[in-house]
Every structure is written in structure tokens, then in C-alpha cells.
Design a protein around this ligand. Structure first.
Ligand SMILES: [Zn+2]
Length: 161
């Protein structure tokens, strides 16, 4: 299984973005560097959700915005590690629409479930396969500041309270 490494501040940023845009989906781009075990995310860049027609269950990043993010990342020596979006009142599992609209083979797709406005589970899926026709999502682990998060996505610290 591949591993997505992400700093705590970036992980929190992704999750709170989903809370801010609730009940609509948020979306953004993850910049980072590739490592043998998976992407090492350095930063997350929030993007506007173009899907005003169905923003509660669809997301789309404007192509020009993505080009700009990619260019800015390259200046910092970072590549597109993947994308993130939220699932308002839905589980943090990819949908068939997510798969059909994912085109960056080898990139990580992070999904955060937001229940009643609160971020709950965050999962990551690696888009694998050699071609667009054979692409698929593989589950991957998330390491936050080097620590694995619980399968249910709830922080141990929060659980005790
Ligand atoms: Zn989705």
C-alpha cells in the first residue's frame, strides 16, 4: 500500500476547507514531492469549485487555475501530488463520478467526509493503472506528521474526550 505523507497543518487546512464550504464540496490541489512509498505533500492550494450547478456533490477545478497552481509549485520545486475534495454528508469513499473525472495517473485523491458541517473521516486513494481505460483507485495510508491516523479517521486525542 502506498503512503501519503502530509504535515499536520496541511491536513487540518484541507479538513477545515471542507467545513467552510459545507454544504457544498470544497476542492483543491496538493503540491509535494514523490518518494518511493508515495507522495510527500508540502502544501495544499484551495481552488474554487466551478460546479455551481451541482456543487454539493461535484467538484471541478478550472483548467487555467490548475495551470497557475502547477506553475507556482514548479517554482518551489514541487509537483502536483494530487487533489482533495469533500463529501458533504457522504462517506469518504470515492464515487464512480470521482473515478471517471480523475485523470492524473499516479496522483493521490484525498476525500474528507463532512457530516453536518464537521469534518470526520479523511481517506486517500491513489489513481493507478497505465492508461485512462485501466485506471482505478487504490486505498492508501495517510501519515500526518509521520503518525498514522485511525481507520475511522478520528484522532486518538479527540476520542478520549
Ligand atoms: Zn467525490
Amino acid at each position: 500500500m502506498s503512503v501519503l505523507s502530509i504535515p499536520r497543518a496541511v491536513y487540518d487546512q484541507i479538513r477545515s476547507h471542507g467545513e467552510q464550504t459545507y454544504p457544498h464540496e470544497c476542492c483543491g490541489v496538493l503540491l509535494g514531492q514523490s518518494a518511493p512509498e508515495g507522495w510527500q505533500v508540502q502544501s495544499a492550494v484551495p481552488a474554487g469549485n466551478m460546479r455551481t450547478d451541482s456543487a454539493h456533490n461535484r467538484y471541478q477545478i478550472a483548467p487555467l487555475e490548475l495551470i497557475k497552481i502547477e506553475r507556482d509549485g514548479r517554482r518551489q520545486g514541487l509537483g502536483i501530488a494530487g487533489f482533495y475534495h469533500s463529501h458533504p454528508d457522504h462517506p469518504a469513499q470515492w464515487s464512480l463520478t470521482d473515478l471517471s473525472e480523475a485523470h492524473w495517473l499516479g496522483c493521490s485523491y484525498v476525500i474528507t467526509a463532512v457530516a453536518k458541517g464537521n469534518a470526520t473521516v479523511t481517506n486517500s486513494f491513489l489513481l493507478t493503472g497505465d492508461t485512462e481505460e485501466k485506471k482505478r483507485f487504490d486505498n492508501e495510508a495517510i501519515l500526518v506528521d509521520g503518525q498514522s491516523i485511525d481507520q475511522d479517521g478520528i484522532e486518538p486525542a479527540q476520542k478520549q474526550t
